[in-house]
Ligand binder design. Structure first.
Ligand SMILES: *[C@@H]1O[C@H](CO)[C@@H](O)[C@H](O)[C@H]1NC(C)=O
Ligand SMILES: *[C@@H]1O[C@H](CO)[C@@H](O)[C@H](O)[C@H]1NC(C)=O
Length: 444
């Protein structure tokens, strides 16, 4: 809050700075017991003023509803309907327009600037500020989003998954640029249900810090919001392939169980926790020191999960989990086994038995859709998925517009990876699709 007032002053948003200071004073009085409603009045005020009344369940929508469509945003003549249907010519055309499109990207300072007036920001960027159904309202979701660059891509992700009943913790890599951090803080400051994690880790690829970032968010999410039902973690390169309503329905079908990749670990992967690893000059290095084996069997999986609130609560209460956490801290890429292991540990809420019959592959879990380079190819010859049409990073496909048709046929809630630098049109068309589906029942 103080940070926000300072920002307004610095940016010479004087009226906003003044109301911010007044609000801050009210908050201080509230803490002293002078005012009963000491919550973030400034934020609540404009949230009320934004009730745009687009509720598909309560009959025809008013005019504001069409204002929430994102398809009207500049696309240089790309036909997203055709792209999503996999039409070759439309996809080819989108490839030609990519470079032109990249030139229109928003910079970090753009976000710092436009969020000076949150009300305008929320309206111009078409955030949906009311719960769209009673079912969604009664089923809030907690998100942890770990990012380090590309404020514009983060903002797109946020506005696509944003719902006022949900809560979003954003972990910004401590070593990311000041302009990036300021942009993300500015965006978060516009929403009562989006916050930056209090403790920020310096993220080192393959190290414990990745898990710690999620743990920092988990702990704060539990403390700040008492009724969320499920937890989902994301990174900046994820994007939803389902609407909030569809995500809620999928989570309700899980009936309290968690859903994530968890399989018996291959011989090759076991090296990751057989030896003691150390961070040296910002890189993970394997030492000759052999580690004491874990007290529980280690399973392999993904850094991304869909877990129940009791699962998250259990992490901070259970001594056995604490023991596993301590043991994992000097291993390689613990993010890719710790959640998978907890998912198979007896007594963990929503978990599955440890027997291999309960193994779940990435394609069978709903948490994340990923195309690994090694597995791409001809599906009629036994490959699990078609070739990537974008680019690769660390052997993972960065989706191109040509991947969307296949992606939308899968059951996963989120897909990884998207990169606005590789194919901005893939992101734009997917975002449009999700928004259109979200607004079903609204007249254009
Ligand atoms: C976009 O493509 C769809 C599917 O091929 C087609 O039906 C539609 O007419 C196209 N729209 C425009 C504006 O060209
Ligand atoms: C900030 O916003 C103002 C007013 O909308 C505009 O004139 C200015 O160019 C913007 N600055 C940046 C860096 O975007």
């Amino acid at each position: 809050m103080i940070w926000k007032c300072k920002r307004y002053l610095r940016q010479s948003c004087l009226t906003l700075a003044l109301s911010c200071v007044i609000c801050l004073l009210l908050k201080i009085f509230a803490r002293e017991g002078l005012i009963s409603n000491g919550r973030n009045c400034f934020l609540e005020k404009f949230q009320h003023s934004l009730g745009n009344g687009c509720l598909p369940t309560t009959g025809p929508c008013n005019k504001k509803c069409s204002e929430l469509e994102v398809s009207t945003e500049s696309l240089y003549g790309v036909n997203c309907t055709a792209v999503l249907q996999g039409e070759v010519n439309a996809i080819k055309r989108s490839q030609l327009l990519k470079e032109q499109y990249k030139a229109t990207r928003y910079t970090d300072s753009y976000f710092t600037n436009i969020t000076c007036n949150c009300e305008n920001f929320i309206r111009n960027r078409k955030y949906i500020t009311v719960p769209l159904s009673e079912n969604e309202k009664q089923f809030p979701i907690a998100y942890s989003i770990v990012i380090h660059e590309r404020a514009d891509q983060f903002e797109r992700l946020l506005r696509t998954i944003f719902a006022p009943q949900n809560i979003y913790c954003v972990h910004v890599d401590d070593k990311s640029s000041t302009s990036f951090k300021t942009a993300i803080r500015s965006i978060a400051s516009c929403f009562p249900n989006v916050f930056i994690a209090r403790r920020l880790e310096n993220l080192v690829y393959g190290s414990w810090s990745r898990v710690q970032a999620d743990l920092n968010c988990m702990e704060e999410l539990l403390a700040r919001h008492l009724t969320w039902k499920y937890f989902i973690n994301l990174c900046g390169m994820d994007f939803p392939t389902k609407t909030n309503s569809e995500i809620v329905r999928k989570l309700q079908e899980l009936k309290g169980r968690n859903n994530l990749e968890s399989e018996v670990a291959s011989e090759k992967k076991q090296v990751r926790w057989k030896y003691h690893f150390e961070v040296i000059n910002g890189k993970m290095v394997q030492t000759k020191k052999v580690k004491k084996p874990s007290f529980t069997s280690i399973f392999s999986g993904s850094a991304y999960m869909v877990v129940s609130r009791p699962f998250v609560e259990h992490i901070f209460k259970d001594p056995k989990v604490k023991q596993l956490i301590e043991w994992s801290k000097d291993t390689y890429s613990p993010d890719e086994f710790i959640w998978a292991t907890l998912q198979r540990m007896p007594g963990v809420p929503g978990s599955e038995p440890s027997h291999p019959k309960y193994d779940v592959s990435d394609m069978r879990s709903v948490a994340r859709l990923v195309k690994w380079k090694y597995f791409e190819g001809d599906m009629t010859r036994g490959k699990p998925y078609p070739w990537c049409t974008g680019a690769h990073r660390r052997s993972v496909c960065i989706y191109g517009a040509g991947d969307l048709n296949w992606i939308l046929q899968q059951h996963h809630l989120f897909a990884n990876k998207f990169d606005i630098d590789v194919d901005p049109i893939a992101l734009q068309c997917l975002e449009q699709y999700i928004r259109q589906k979200t607004l079903v029942g609204c007249t254009p």
